[in-house]
Design a protein around this ligand. Sequence first.
Ligand code: UN1
Length: 495
Amino acid sequence: MTTPILGQNLVAGEWLAHAADFASTNPANLAEVVGHFPSTNPSTVAQAVAAARQAFPTWRRMSRIHRADCFHRLGALIERDTDALATLMSRECGKILNECRAEVVEGLHMVQYVFGTGRMPIGDVIPSEIAEKDAFVRRKPRGVVGVITPWNFPFAVPLWMLGPSLLEGNTAVFKPSEETPAIGQRLVELFVEAGFPAGTINLVHGNGSVGEQLVQNADVNAILFTGSSAVGQRIQQISAGFTDRIVAAEMGGKNAVIVCDDADMKLAVPAAVLSAFKTTGQRCVSASRILVHKSVAAEFIQGFIDTVHRIRFGDPFDPTSFAGPLINRKAVEKTLMYNGLAKAESLDMIFESREFAPQPGCFVTPCVYAIRDNPNSRCLKEEVFGPHVAIVPFDDDEHAARIANATDYGLSLAVITESYRKMRFFREECEYGLGYVNLPCIGAEVHLPFGGVKKSGNGHPSAAGLVEAITHKYAWTVNHGTGIVMAQGMSAEVA
Ligand code: UN1
């Protein structure tokens, strides 16, 4: 067994040793401790914000291209350490090794995107009504950003946020999930090794109460958050008290795959299985509702059952595993609770989920059930975050769109069809931020905006869309004439 990691915070470039308050354990084997971590006290959180504030003026004045160069070095370190990062991630969050590797690559892609963006235009030149005036729209960093991230993407999601934020000249205080502090700390160590100056990135470990300290700090100009809807709403409520605060929050989903009457089953079945069960259903973009046209329901369900029979849930390090455990015992209980609700409401319980334990872990098998459309059913509208899937037959495309939208969330959607008319209908009528055709509803790439509508969030706290949240736009107008001429026909006479 590997020696447990000693958790430390990073403040103003100094690694601080604190007494350990909590342990990070392996969800595939709860007896294995990955590391011991401090729960950061309020004064250290305040020091971390102050350190970011102090580092801000020098960092923002640096050339954008030189800031981007730091990301070039970071990318090389991620490539050097890909295997070790994937292994650590797998031990700490239980995702299968191949997915952890893909996540490291996704983080690397963000770093490459940011590096390239350093040499791309930022701002616009806009015509003025007055010929002698040049008008520009430029951007400035907001200042100190607080980055609060989840355990299910403990490497890529922090990079989605930290990458663009630091490139544009902000400094950051990062609080990784208390479920995955080791991989969060390892990421920060790589930032330090890449030469990011002291104070540009600070690390505070701990649970929601540490996040709350960060959000309560008036000197934090933007909060970038991915996690549950309840926590996101709390962050938005607290932040409403700070006029100058921006919150960009991405907060889960109740996503659907729509299998139309003309669907190619060779696409529909794997798209549905990947959407539902990759990462054990623990992506915010995972689908827990498969809507199937009644005329193809029997054929689809047969193909789906055959495939679910073949996929294995098990040891994340076993290359034959399709998916690993849930993150913790609480997640097991929550999933089993929703499975119980489904059992009571379903027409047919196709796969009854059960716990299993290759080790003392958090393993459950998939739950798959057929159920009639019912807007009041909790298991059809609430996020489960586990391998729990409802198959809902629909009568026509209008009915499918109504079911898809009958939830408070609106994050991702997949449509399986051969018809451009159907595809367009769902594109226009459904509520979502990430739409896919003849694909699973998971697997977004970093250079596209990522985020949703309704309870799924706002502000696109990641990737290409983030620039809006972490900079403020300003207009800058210069007169090249020898006199003053005002727009809108206003007289410039002063005497
Ligand atoms: C998440 O589920 O929290 O689109 C992020 C995807 C991944 C990111 C998921 N690229 O599936």
